[in-house]
Design a protein around this ligand. Structure first.
Ligand code: MLC
Ligand code: AMP
Length: 494
């Protein structure tokens, strides 16, 4: 294996040629069909100027065409840059100007928006246009080296602008290879794929586990408990965020019998509460396998396939990952059992942030360990428990919301003196975004929420805005978010 992602994918395309790779809406595509179509699509991309190292920005709905586009971009050696379909013009503008893509593939009807933000420098197209009269010629795969960038995924930060995490060919190939062994993927597996394909979880973890192992998957446009339960009788694996498991438990059709054919339920992207873990086992007879990862790193830890899957723990580091706990400020490595910042090193750790060498340097220790921003400790059995986050981050339904971004938008308003954005427990999303504001003058929370939707993706818009005459502050004048979190902990209680 040459260590590049295309070669790894191509090995599976050839080896499992006649087997089904993916199904959607009652239609199925074999490995050979997917390879053929993506190679022809690569020819089209090349004719549009897509070349090794160039960025292809993608904001399209979940579909087989989007999956083909991903494989085609990898084949051309260009950099795949997927974006949440929920992002608004204001959010997209930044990504386009930062990443300077050569091509933007967007949803029908949004071409004018992309033309606007591309400022005449980006070629704009849609999937329908790309696939119209696809040439027969199959583009030869561009030679790529393991360290070449295969994808950029944007993540926000506690301060400043979102950062484009550069994932190399070797990062993606290594993590996928490790996971298929760890989770025992075989060609007999059939994955229920209900995640979006613009994040690490649905795109790399799910798709690569399937393709690398010769398994198959059923694409659902989005998670819907009834559809997922119906598929279980002829499927073997589900990957999801905790909200999937919460919603399955809320559906009375989800029973031991319904889950009888399944061999594995995997959870990640956000904490799975020990209560849900136990309730899930009581209902289905399956112990969820929880794992932990990040956009910048891919997967880092996993509970064991055999052996105890501990509720509330994310498991030991993957075989090729080094993980340590350190003191955040000094970087001093802490002894086993002590709580500190989680730091990691391994073949899956990203190459840095796109055109941000200082930000990159700030997040690595001198010896190459990446500082995750998650707080945790290692138990006596080597299993990691995450206990919180050093970064001011809310994870809602597996999606990250940085309070600083939402606060900035509120603080800019004439009717807001100051805002504090916090995460509070939510029965469905795990955490929900709530804004506590000190208004200046007349203030209508519902109208403000509506207006915020123009600038922010829906999942970032506060589920509730609470107006207070005074925000609680410490003696230094800093808003006491901890106190607010405690005060509103039961806001969404069942
Ligand atoms: C949708 N909404 C959300 C939301 N998703 N609000 C908060 N948090 C979310 N995650 C909004 C909708 O826009 C809508 O707003 C309202 O909430 C109700 O939506 P819904 O119909 O209940 O949501 P649904 O479409 O069912 O989506 C929920 C979900 C989805 C949980 C299925 O968000 C999802 O698939 N999440 C997975 C995200 C994921 O892949 N994360 C992995 C990141 S990678 P309104 O106002 O219009 O009513 C990573 C690394 C790793 O973290 O370790 O994996
Ligand atoms: P993202 O930037 O979207 O990749 O989110 C990464 C963050 O998700 C991590 O830094 C963790 O805070 C969180 N995360 C991922 N998996 C888990 C998990 N199993 N338990 C708790 N938090 C998790």
């Amino acid at each position: 294996m040459s260590g590049d992602l295309h070669s790894r994918l191509a090995a599976s395309f050839a080896r499992f040629a006649d087997r089904t790779l993916v199904e959607m809406d009652g239609k199925a595509w074999t490995y050979a069909e997917i390879e053929g179509l993506s190679a022809r699509l690569a020819t089209r991309l090349v004719s549009l100027g897509v070349a090794p190292g160039e960025r292809v920005l993608v904001q399209t709905d979940k579909s087989i065409e989007t999956l083909l586009l991903y494989f085609a971009v990898v084949r051309t050696g260009a950099i795949y840059l997927p974006l949440n379909v929920d992002y608004t013009e204001a959010e997209l503008e930044y990504f386009a100007s930062d990443a300077t893509p050569v091509l933007a593939v967007c949803r029908e009807g949004t071409e004018p928006l992309f033309e606007r933000i591309g400022k005449g420098k980006v070629r704009v197209t849609t999937l329908a246009e790309l696939f119209a009269d696809l040439p027969d010629e199959q583009a030869a795969p561009a030679p790529r080296k393991p360290d070449d960038i295969a994808a950029i995924l944007y993540t926000s930060g506690t301060t400043g602008k979102p950062k484009g995490a550069m994932l190399t060919n070797a990062n993606l190939a290594a993590n996928g290879n490790t996971l298929i062994d760890l989770w025992r993927f075989t060609p007999e597996d059939r994955l229920i794929h209900a995640l979006p394909i613009f994040h690490v979880h649905g795109l790399f973890v799910a798709v690569h586990c399937v393709v690398f192992s010769g398994a198959s998957m059923v694409f659902l446009e989005k998670f819907e408990s009834g559809a997922v339960i119906d598929l279980m009788a002829r499927s073997t694996v589900l990957m999801g965020v905790p909200t999937f498991y919460i919603r399955l438990l809320a559906d009375e059709r989800f029973t031991r019998e319904a889950a009888a054919n399944m061999r594995l339920f995997i959870s990640g992207s956000a904490p799975l509460s020990a209560d849900i873990h136990r309730a899930f086992e009581a209902r289905s007879g399956h112990r969820v396998l929880e794992r932990y990862g990040m956009t910048e790193t891919g997967m880092l830890t996993s509970n064991p396939y055999d052996g105890e899957r501990r509720a509330g723990f994310v498991g030991p580091p993957l075989p090729d990952v080094q993980l340590r706990i350190a003191e955040f400020e000094t970087g001093t490595v802490l002894p086993q059992g002590e709580v500190g910042i989680v730091e990691v090193k391994g073949p899956n750790i990203f190459a840095g942030y796109w055109q941000m060498p200082e930000k990159t340097a700030a997040e690595f220790r001198p010896d190459g360990f990446f500082i995750t921003g998650d707080m945790g400790f290692i138990d006596t059995d080597g299993s990691v428990q995450l206990v919180g986050r050093e970064k001011d981050l809310i994870i809602s339904g597996g999606l990250n919301v940085y309070p600083a971004e939402v606060e900035a938008l509120l603080d800019d308003r004439a009717d807001v003196a100051e805002a504090a954005v916090i995460g509070v427990p939510h029965p469905d999303f795990g955490e929900a975004v709530v804004a506590v504001v000190q208004p200046s003058g007349a203030f209508d929370p519902d109208a403000v929420r509506e207006e915020m939707r123009r600038d922010l993706a829906a999942f970032k818009v506060p589920k509730q805005i609470i107006a207070l005459d005074e925000l609680p502050r410490n003696t230094m004048g800093k808003i006491q978010k901890k106190l607010l979190r405690e005060r509103y902990a039961d806001l969404f209680a069942d």
